[in-house]
Design a protein. Structure first.
Lengths: 248, 263
């Protein structure tokens, strides 16, 4: 338990100390929120969808968590690069503890980043349907963070070096975001796209966030939560297995 | 302390370590010398549980590294060729993290951290980030960290690579001091023959995966009839330059240069 805690703490310390990084990584989602939120609002309203800012904010909050969690997980590559990974791999502790400490740290960092961005959304004019739904919203943030931190750990343990990193960004993370329904409603989609959105785990995260924050959902919050929990468990298992295979 | 008998390690067709046998006594400073690609690091990796042997037996403090990996890891300290500190943490935080990973109780952890950082002249900088440290300071911190859990054996794989003569001198002074005060056995590799001559009680020269000579620096010199250990080393291993392929680590380093500052 102490081992898990100290590695979790390390991720947190690194996060809190990189203030420039924290601000910088709020830039991209803010751009999405402001440009799309205000830019598409008139036409979205005309089509009867209400405020697009309200609609897109949970999607962009989820995006922040997705990016932050995946990157923190993949940071295994940086640790391998700068050598610190080795220090943990040769320690007389089970690998799974190290993996869990790291992944929990990555998920916590992603949640903090997501919360920070949610506050930014409030400043811009986003209002949740009910303030009482905030705790449930946090629960969904945590689930999204857990799923993608474990995903990042899995990917980071499987890649040998930095070359693979761009590939992961272009062929995994960006599609996960665009195919998730973060930017558009899931109703009446073309069949192919509808099918793809259903296999994207982020879809369920965003649907869960929307159902709690703006009381709109395509599936149901309980189905969303169930999918995410099962996936988080599976990915943690796979991540632990991949992590145990890293050669020091 | 270390017994190695008929140790062999093959990577596919390549025999990196070929029927090697040697022993290191408790409290000894033992140097493992050889040209690049001779099998030094491969042997260290097998002794430190990171690789398993193809054949042969080895024991470290009476334990088999391939069977009792966790127990062996608890008993050894390792300083690698490449740095392995967390640069975004302070010196003390690096020590603290290591102490927890090696199950050193809190009180002892604090005491040893203080003693070791003072010993390695880093106590004044204990709360500075490692990224602000010079190469010599980082090396000293790594060795201090490797000793935190009071290992029986300290493995040093080319610890002075890239350090200036002052830092090298200081580092070896500390290592010898610790060898005397804590009785820790030291297993080291280096390319600097003068260091080996100064520090090591006994030397094994390895080339092409085989041990070509063992003995004290004086014995090696008299056996080859040479004045210095460097000449003796060249007489034993020849003057041909060894080609080494560029490893994944080097490629990573190049990529990191491009990415630096992103995180």
């Amino acid at each position: 338990m102490k081992v898990i805690y100290i590695l979790w703490l390390r991720e947190l310390k690194r996060y809190v100390r990189s203030k420039a990084q924290i601000i910088a990584s709020l830039g991209q989602p803010l751009l999405y929120l402001l440009v799309l939120g205000f830019g598409l609002s008139p036409i979205f309203r005309k089509a009867g969808g209400g405020s697009y800012l309200q609609f897109v904010a949970p999607g962009v909050i989820a995006m922040t968590v997705l990016f932050s969690a995946t990157f923190s997980g993949i940071a295994i590559l940086w640790d391998r690069q700068f050598g610190f990974l080795k220090e943990t791999l040769i320690a007389p502790v089970p690998r799974v503890q190290i993996m869990i400490g790291r992944t929990a740290g990555a998920a916590t960092v992603a949640m903090l980043q997501g919360t920070l961005f949610a506050l930014a959304c409030l400043l811009v004019g986003f209002r949740p349907a009910s303030w009482l739904a905030i705790p449930a919203g946090f629960a969904f943030l945590a689930l999204i963070a857990a799923v993608f931190a474990a995903f990042g750990t899995t990917v980071g343990s499987s890649l040998k070096d930095m070359q693979g990193f761009q590939m992961v960004m272009n062929f995994l993370v960006m599609p996960l975001f665009f195919l998730s329904g973060a930017l558009y409603p899931l109703d009446n989609l073309p069949k192919a796209l509808a099918a793809v959105t259903r296999v994207d785990p982020l879809t369920y995260g965003i649907d869960g966030l929307r159902s709690t924050l703006i009381a709109q959902s395509h599936f149901s919050a309980s189905l969303d939560a169930a999918v995410l929990i099962v996936l988080a468990l599976i990915l943690t298992g796979v991540g632990a297995w991949r992590f145990s295979k890293i050669e020091a | 302390m270390i017994q190695v008998r008929n140790l062999t390690k093959k990577f596919g067709d390549l025999t990196a370590v070929d029927d090697v046998s040697f022993e290191v006594a408790s409290g000894e400073i033992f140097a493992f010398l050889g040209p690049n690609g001779a099998g030094k690091t491969t042997t260290i990796k097998m002794l430190t549980t990171l690789l398993s042997a193809t054949s042969g037996t080895l024991t470290v403090d009476g334990l088999d590294p391939s069977k009792d990996a966790t127990a062996v890891r608890q008993r050894i300290g390792i300083v690698f060729q490449d740095p392995s500190l967390d640069q975004e943490l302070t010196a003390r935080e690096n020590m603290e993290l290591h102490g927890v990973l090696y199950h050193v109780p809190r009180k002892l952890r604090r005491e040893r951290t203080e003693t070791l950082l003072k010993g390695f002249e880093l106590w004044d900088r204990r709360d500075s980030f490692v990224k602000e440290f010079s190469g010599g300071m980082r090396r000293r911190l790594e060795i201090a960290r490797g000793l935190l859990h009071t290992p029986r054996i300290l493995f040093l794989d080319e610890p002075t690579l890239g350090l200036d003569p002052q830092s090298r001198n200081q580092l070896w002074t500390h290592v010898r001091l610790l060898n005397q005060s804590e009785g820790v056995t030291v297993f080291l590799t280096t390319h600097y023959m003068d260091e080996a001559e100064r520090v090591a009680g006994r030397i094994a020269v390895i080339d092409h995966g085989k041990i070509v000579a063992t003995g004290s620096p004086a014995e090696l010199k008299s056996r080859t009839g040479k004045e210095s250990l460097e000449e003796a080393f060249l007489a034993l291993t020849g003057t041909a330059i060894r080609e080494e392929s560029v490893g994944a680590a080097d490629r990573m380093r190049q990529m990191a240069r491009m990415w630096r500052g992103r995180r």
